[in-house]
Every structure is written in C-alpha cells, then in structure tokens.
Design a protein around this ligand. Sequence first.
Ligand code: NI
Ligand code: MN
Length: 222
Amino acid sequence: MKIQYIGHSAFKISHDNYSILIDPFITGNPMAAKVDLNLNDILVTHAHGDHLGDSIEISRKTKIPVTAIFELANYCAKHGANAQGINMGGKIPYSWGHAMWLPASHSSGTPDGQYGGVPSSILVNMGGVSVYHAGDTGLHYDLKMVGELYKPDISLLPIGGFYTMGIDEAVQAAKWLGSKKIIPMHYNTFPSIKVDANEFKQKIEAIGVECIILKPGEWFQF
Ligand code: NI
Ligand code: MN
C-alpha cells in the first residue's frame, strides 16, 4: 500500500492495480501535484471547496464514482457526477477494500451555499492497511473512539489551525488515535494556515510516533 500527497488534504492511496483519491482539491490549489486519474473511486470528507475540489468535474468526465455523505452525494449527482451517497458509521465495500465515514468537528456547505450534510473523517482499509483521514476538524473526543475501535495504522491529521485544529491539538489527536505513523495535512496552502511542520514533527516524535512530512507529489510506501 502506498500514499501520495497531492497537496492540502488531497491524497492518492494505491495498492496493486487499485487507486483512490481523497478530497481532490486540485484546481485553485497553489500547491497541488499533478494527479494521475487512473482511479477506482473518489472519497470526499465534506462539501467545502478545498475538499470537494475537482470531484464533480473528474467524475463527470471519467464516470469514476464519488462517495460522500448522502446530501453531498445528491448535490454531486445533481451536477452530473456518478455519486454514491452513504452515511456515518457504515462499512462501505469497494473493489479495493472498504471504507467508513466517521465524525469530524467542523461544518459542511457547498461552495454555492447548499447544505452539504454533516462533515466527516474517513477510515480507509486497502491492502490490509488502515488509513485514517481526519478531514477538517477541531479536536474531538471521538478520535479516542476511533483509536480504541479501529487502531488505524496511519493517520492523516490537519495541523494548520484557523479552520481546523493546530499542532498541539493534532499531537493530542495522535495520542488518542494510537497510530504508529502520522502524516500532517491542511497547512501552508494559504497564509491563514501557515505553520512550521518541523515543530509538529518534533512534538510527534517526542511521543514516540513517526511523523512523515510529504511534499506535494511525494509517495510514502507503507
Ligand atoms: Ni472545511
Ligand atoms: Mn479545509
């Protein structure tokens, strides 16, 4: 299993001949890497433009299915995407494994002001590895539940502050999740979320957890 950082909160996860994209914010993302659209599925955490991103456009062109919370999926379908609506806590089966949408403490409206359902995080299981994408979120106690029940092998956590938790809260989230490896996301894309990722790395490594800082385009092989 391998993970490519596209930039912001966008990641590609691949195993064997399968690939998925999470939160594909490419157009308008000043740090986005080039994305290979050879994909099985697109998974979306919430409706904000920097997460829904290019999902509708890609799906319209390629028919690649977009999975999102029911209300957001309906919005995507209305705009021509091949969308699958799901909801919190269900184990969704895929050709490449399974995924589960879980809580996030945030908001969720589409760029044109429509209701996007609830915001979420996503737990992906592919190739026997579990990857937890925390979405946009403040620190919340359900992260402890995710750690206790699902023990994700690797967690992707926002650290930029302002719209999400910042460095110190993300360190606490990492403690609760119990993952051995953490990849920071949602920082330095815009001036309001500029932070020092090395400060996060030092604090994460001080609790005995590996911190993997990826540049847009870089892969991490699990
Ligand atoms: Ni957001
Ligand atoms: Mn965001």
